[in-house]
Write a protein that binds this ligand. Structure first.
Ligand code: NAP
Length: 253
């Protein structure tokens, strides 16, 4: 018996797939044989990692679509373009996200709206556009990147926590709506993972956070992309509507 995950012939879309966790997801899916379309806001950031991707792409290709996920009209055109180019989307990884931290009394309307617009509304726009093609294909794997903060809450992150909790509720609802069409919808809730997002924290804050993590360390982007690979593959074919915690034990339900 062999458990090598093979995604040859599968087409994936990864939002924010050129940095941090998203870059690790792109590399992992390419290494497993999938073709990957990256959606991101910044062509220069994509081009700075394109040569890295060339080395691991094998026979599968990768492409870049410049698009802001919080722009509903733009995302609709982008997904239509991806379908025009690639013909289908088998795997969608909603990874892009931002933080704008402040305690509530200092949180501006803009800080609130921007985080909800990118992290929650953006995900809604993409899934709504992609799922119609998955319905026609009677197949699809959707993986939404939430956060431990969406489960536990966090002082200074009411906007981010609300968006990430919303992603978990959205995941369960869409999983129920489309299970009969063979479309799987799951979430991953990472804990603290070493990326640009967490590099912003100062060393004292990082040390304090580590004390709350039973495994006593931050995770690596690969810890998350390994879970994405599992959810993208047929090894997870009896799992839908779930949230997988990748948090070193920081939060246990
Ligand atoms: P990151 O390196 O900052 O990556 C975020 C990605 O999202 C970037 O590629 C960014 O592109 C993209 N993005 C942001 N706004 C966008 C928009 N409007 N349209 C399109 N793309 C956009 O952070 P990360 O840590 O890898 O985070 C990836 C995901 O994991 C996020 O959803 C985050 O909330 C979640 N997460 C992270 C951690 C952690 O500890 N790192 C923990 C839990 C959950 P630009 O760089 O061009 O803006």
């Amino acid at each position: 018996m062999s458990f090598c995950i093979d995604l040859k012939g599968k087409n994936a879309v990864v939002t924010g797939g050129y940095s941090g966790i998203g870059l690790s997801v792109t590399k992992t899916l390419l290494a497993a044989g999938a073709k990957v379309a990256i959606i991101g806001k910044n062509y220069d950031k994509f081009s700075s990692i394109a040569s890295e991707l060339e080395k691991i792409k094998g026979n599968a290709g990768f492409s870049f679509y410049e698009s802001d996920i919080s722009d509903s009209g733009g995302i609709s055109k982008t997904i239509a373009n991806i379908i025009l180019q690639d013909g289908k989307i088998d795997i969608l990884v909603n990874n892009a996200g931002i933080t704008k931290d402040a305690i509530l009394i200092k949180m501006s309307d803009d800080d609130w709206n921007e985080v909800i617009n990118v992290n929650l509304n953006g995900l809604f726009y993409i899934v709504k556009n992609v799922i119609k093609y998955m319905i026609k294909a009677k197949a699809g794997k959707i993986i939404n990147i939430s956060s431990v903060i969406g489960e536990s809450g966090n002082a200074g992150q009411a906007n981010y926590a609300s968006a990430k909790a919303g992603i978990i509720a959205f995941t369960k609802s869409i999983a129920k709506e489309y299970a009969s069409r063979n479309i799987y919808v799951n979430a991953i809730a990472p804990g603290f993972i070493g990326t640009n997002m967490t590099d912003k924290l100062n060393e004292t804050v990082k040390d304090n956070i580590k004390k709350e993590i039973p495994l006593n360390r931050f995770g690596a982007p690969e810890d998350v992309s390994n879970a994405v690979l599992f959810l993208a593959s047929n090894l997870s074919d009896y799992i839908t509507g779930a949230t997988i915690d990748v948090n070193g034990g920081m939060y246990m339900r």
